[in-house]
Design a protein around this ligand. Structure first.
Ligand SMILES: [Zn+2]
Length: 203
């Protein structure tokens, strides 16, 4: 069936469908909302341009920072001096743990988890930066908080094995995260308990 939509709106709908959680129907509803409220369209357009020009990965942890080569607000905060490095998959996981208010150390955003079927290998993750950080900074503990998907589990054990000779503790969550879950869906209270009850990972 030929689409009755003007081609550019078709293109916009398909572009929106690429975003997580947006199917064809919600993409079309967003298109409609943007055309009904031109001020929203302008605001989103302007903000997206600003984001493109001003947001960079923090050179230390990989979270979002506001200038190229500038530290993010977490890495730049001298009050965060607890010598624990928490390894997470994505920036949204940093936000989830921050909401729990139960962690005062630093983060390391891997940018994904090992997933050979999807073609994600060691070199695709920020692992080299991780080993470098652990060599040059005096952390006493690495908390692996990658979620509980099979790929996340594999990655956690891979990291723990690589750190077998590292003098600090390597820990993980043992409670509160249902099997197959991502950190971002866990409520702050549960997450704070998971952090408190973390245990050394056993190989
Ligand atoms: Zn940072």
């Amino acid at each position: 069936m030929q689409s009755v939509l003007p081609p550019i709106l078709n293109t916009l709908q398909h572009a929106l469908e690429k975003l997580p959680g947006i199917g064809p129907r919600s993409a079309l509803r967003i298109v409609q909302a943007l055309l009904k409220r031109p001020e929203w369209l302008k605001e989103i357009l302007k903000t997206l341009q600003e984001v493109e020009l001003s947001i960079y990965p923090c050179p230390q942890c990989g979270f979002w920072a506001e200038k190229p080569q500038a530290l993010c607000t977490i890495c730049a905060n001298p009050a965060r001096d607890v010598p624990i490095l928490c390894i997470v998959k994505d920036p949204v996981d940093v936000l989830a743990i921050e909401k729990s208010q139960a962690f005062q150390g630093h983060y390391h955003v891997l940018g994904g988890v090992l997933d050979p079927l999807a073609g994600v290998q060691e070199k695709d993750l920020r692992l080299r930066e991780l080993w470098q950080r652990l060599r040059t900074r005096s952390y006493e503990e690495v908390l692996i908080a990658l979620g509980t998907s099979p790929e996340a589990e594999t990655t956690a054990y891979y990291i723990a094995r690589q750190l077998a000779d590292w003098p600090g503790k390597v820990t993980r969550f043992v409670s509160g995260i249902p099997v197959g879950s991502e950190l971002e869906y866990i409520d702050p209270l549960t997450l704070s308990r998971s952090i408190r009850e973390r245990q050394p990972i056993s190989l």
